[in-house]
Design a protein around this ligand. Sequence first.
Ligand code: ADP
Length: 190
Amino acid sequence: MRLVLLGPPGAGKGTQAYKLSQILAIPQLSTGDMLRAAVAEGTEIGRHAADIMQRGELVPDELVVELIAERIAQSDAARGFILDGFPRTVAQAERLDHVLNGHEIDGVLELKVDEQHLLDRILGRAMQARESGEAVRADDNEEALSVRLTAYANQTKPLTDYYAAKGLLRTVDASQPVDRVTAALVEAIE
Ligand code: ADP
């Protein structure tokens, strides 16, 4: 099964993608995680992406398409995968169709949460990490978050129309407790 998880920062994409990957036994492919790993390793892509990510802006389409195309070509993704954080622009979605090479996306799951909830979640996550001595994401601060929310509204949200027109979009209320959201997603897939 080939799924896309769509949702604003703080909606719980990472958490839900992980849970779905366990339930469905297919890998979670997160461009955010891949990019953070590239930054940590200091690869060419990472060096290019670091400042852009820190500001909360989207990195160039070519860069993430290259990352995701390589990842999808690996053998563990042959039976399916959950895309977490990709595509994030209509141009990326169009490129994805080529990357899939004849395969199709089976469903697009949109996590919907109101904006105040998102702010509380992300700033709460940053505070918790700080308190427990863990690393705080470089973009989990009020300034970068506001840029991330604007990027979502302007560049990513239009994807809901793109996928709705293809009959693939299912929207789930992601302000519910984690397990309820997972259950709603599983139901939406079935
Ligand atoms: P969130 O959804 O909480 O903002 P992610 O981990 O998905 O977090 O993404 C973090 C950052 O990585 C984004 O703000 C952006 O800079 C970059 N990024 C991740 N995926 C993409 C993508 N598909 N296209 C462009 N930039 C991306």
